[in-house]
Write a protein that binds this ligand. Structure first.
Ligand SMILES: [Zn+2]
Ligand SMILES: [Zn+2]
Length: 132
């Protein structure tokens, strides 16, 4: 993404001049500061989230935690504590399989929320869970 320093319009990388101002485009700072992050999963236990973060980072997958407990809608008790793990989009798939294989953490394949083995449907989005 490139951006015109004069009018702030955004252009694809293939453009080098702003069509309106004829000014040379610069790389969008915004994009450099905000990497392509996706929600890897939602965990219902903050301590566990920290353990998962430590585990992933030891595997070379940087991740960030976001506690969403306080700005959640009124929700069932199980949803009171929620922590999201964010990773780079390119790392998400690998991170997810690392968690499932090595940490035995079950994630809903639809909403990415942690589920327990006894659950037959995801308590968060209602998705039918596969037996594993
Ligand atoms: Zn311009
Ligand atoms: Zn779900």
């Amino acid at each position: 993404m490139r951006i015109c320093p004069r009018c702030d319009k955004k252009f694809p990388d293939t453009y080098s001049l702003c069509r309106d101002c004829n000014v040379e485009l610069v790389l969008s700072v915004e994009q450099q500061e905000a990497p392509d992050l996706v929600v890897l999963c939602t965990v219902l236990n903050e301590t566990k989230a920290y353990i998962m973060q430590g585990f992933l980072e030891s595997e070379g997958v940087p991740c960030q935690l976001e506690n969403i407990s306080f700005h959640a809608e009124p929700a069932p008790v199980a949803d009171l504590m929620k922590v999201r793990l964010w990773t780079l989009r390119e790392d998400a798939e690998r991170a997810r399989s690392l968690l499932e294989e090595r940490e035995s953490i079950q994630l809903c394949s639809v909403c990415g929320t942690e589920v327990v083995e006894q659950d037959e449907v995801c308590p968060h989005c209602g998705e039918q869970l596969e037996e594993s």
